[in-house]
Ligand binder design. Sequence first.
Ligand code: UGA
Length: 357
Amino acid sequence: MRILILGCGGFIGSHLVERVLKDTKHHIKGVDLSDYKIKVHTEDPRFLFHKRDVYEDATMLSMDIAHSDVVIFLATICHPSLYNTQPLKTIRSNFTQPCQVVDLCAEHKKWLINVSTCEVYGRTLLSYVEPDAYTDELYLQREDETPLIMGPIQNQRWSYACAKQLLDRYIYGQGYENGLEYTIIRPYNFFGPRMDYIPEKDGEGTPRVLACFLKALMDGEPMKLVDGGEQRRTITYIDDAIDAFMRILERPKQSKNQVFNIGNPDNQISMSDLAEMMRGIYSSLLMDESYLQHPIESVSSEDFYGPGYEDCDQREPDITKAQELLGWNPKTDLHETMRHTMRYFFEHYVQPVFDPS
Ligand code: UGA
């Protein structure tokens, strides 16, 4: 198979490239502006890498799509710190520009695997019921049933989710009207080596929560809990997530024209508990108990992200569809996920780890 990966140089893309080259005989053409996460693979004869903006050359984009069997689309902005501050860029990156890719896949009759987001579900139904009316059903997000609920337009946080949702609908429309074959993946907070960047070390700006907490630990600054840290996320280890991608590639019949939640429902945690867990793991990696008391402080979302931020209160995937159609089950529990992930960052940015085993 000839796989075109648009946005192959990011966190998910780099793991996907690695796994496809390791476990299959497929050929990859990859496009990205950045190559530092995939440099080790650029000499592989089955990996052809083009360092450029996906949209820089429309003719080349069209040719790349025409010469592939499947297109995996990953090239979008995905950092909440940008959703409020650069909503236009966020909407263009997540809707306007990707429409070109969707149209070209429809025109050339190529299978499109689009990496959407769990954020399209928006606010959960929990926000609309009294706590004593909570039931387990209200928490679960189901691909083909759950309403997608966004806040008002002044809450610019939703610029991303809304653009992503509209792209999902556009893809569906191309399928409905023009026969595009597609698969939509909704990732739930994938964590693992190479996620994001550490500010002032190999990137600038505000990354996602993992890198923010890591930077605070590395630099001896307080870990900041946005609005108290009650928000909950389900965290999925990247290797489990990549298993799902591989199963999709191996099972086109079961995967085409489907939307899949890819997340680990057993790994749910609040951000305040995550901060505590991370300082515990950091303390054991450094073998320094003082980190168990590393300061954690609450900050307002307005101070942290600027005006227009609103949080997703909780995200819990129903993964029945992925289990039934793909035979996929995430295996890595939360503690193991955080240990593997933090160990990578620790070795990479702090010091080699002493491993008594
Ligand atoms: C983001 C993207 O918007 C999603 O599309 C993407 O699927 C998701 O990351 C992901 O990693 O899969 P979000 O979960 O809100 O969504 O991203 P984070 O920036 O990692 O924030 C998680 C939570 O931690 C939020 O409640 C945020 O307010 C909080 N946070 C973040 C802190 O409490 N402290 C920090 O230093 C940073």
